[in-house]
Design a protein. Structure first.
Length: 276
């Protein structure tokens, strides 16, 4: 397949974004474009991105800061992108060096691929310049700093053990059927034409959460096949904060919604796209 594009969502998290971009420099396969989906960060983020633009094929897409509007900024990027295959990550994740390679190899027509995410607590104010070593993963386990963040933020031995296993890449990652309720937008890949068919993310989700569950559900209803890549496309999540409005988003998600959302890409004005 052609080279994929990455969409990195961020908001005023310099250390996390720097870690993410450093890990993108070490990928084993080329990337067509890296779109920074910026939900209104200050100029410090712009300066950081510029320091990487002579090293990585970066395009910075920015919108005004009027609250948590992740769905809208992602729609702006999807509208601006020309690449057929898009990989979504959060700007507080360090990517395994074979992250893009694994996503690319796993791609299939009308497929939505969910990668593996290993949560690491206590890294928010630090820069993890590469994927953690075996020693660091085991130390984090013993210190209670690993989480299974696809399940619960609660830290106990079981979730820490599962989190540890999620940190190791298998020699032959395998696909399995996944539900849209297990979707995490911080590690997801999909075809642009499939995203356009459902009109992208629902911009009605403001605040933290469930915009990813919603688009996965609508993609499946439109005929897409959602698969989990076990032991591959690994990212290390650096303990991001959960925003407000979670209860409102849960309520919205529980309501019936059309496959083609009513507040998506088609409702955007292209003049609102800010390329910095």
């Amino acid at each position: 397949m052609t080279k994929p594009a990455l969409i990195v969502s961020t908001y005023n998290h310099l250390s996390g974004l720097e870690s993410c971009l450093l890990s993108l420099e070490r990928q084993t396969v080329p990337i067509a474009k890296i779109y920074i989906a910026d939900d209104g960060s200050t100029e410090d983020t712009q300066h950081l991105i510029r320091s990487f633009q002579n090293r990585l094929p970066i395009e910075h897409v920015w919108q005004d800061d009027v609250g948590f509007r992740k769905g809208r900024i992602l729609n702006l990027v999807i509208a601006a992108a020309v690449e057929p295959y898009l990989i979504f990550v959060d700007g507080d994740e360090v990517l395994h060096r074979k992250f893009v390679e694994d996503h690319t190899r796993a791609a299939f027509p009308s497929g939505v691929i969910l990668g593996t995410r290993c949560g690491i607590l206590g890294w928010r104010q630090r820069v993890m310049k590469s994927e953690p070593t075996v020693f660091q993963l085991c130390t984090s386990l013993l210190n209670g700093k690993l989480i299974n963040d696809s399940r619960s933020i609660e830290v106990n031995l079981r979730t820490r053990m599962v989190g540890l296993f999620k940190g190791f890449r298998l020699a032959s990652p395998r696909l399995r059927i996944a539900s849209y309720s297990s979707t995490r937008g911080g590690n997801m890949a999909a075809w642009r034409e499939d995203l356009l068919r459902v009109n992208g993310f629902d911009g009605g989700y403001e605040g933290w959460g469930f915009e990813d569950h919603d688009i996965a559900r609508r993609l499946r209803q439109s005929g897409a096949d959602i698969r989990q890549l076990v032991g591959g496309a690994i990212c290390y999540h650096l303990e991001g904060d959960q925003g407000k409005n979670k209860a409102l988003n849960i309520k919205r998600y529980q309501q019936d919604s059309p496959i083609i959302c009513l507040n998506g890409i088609r409702e955007l004005k292209r003049s609102n796209i800010g390329h910095l």
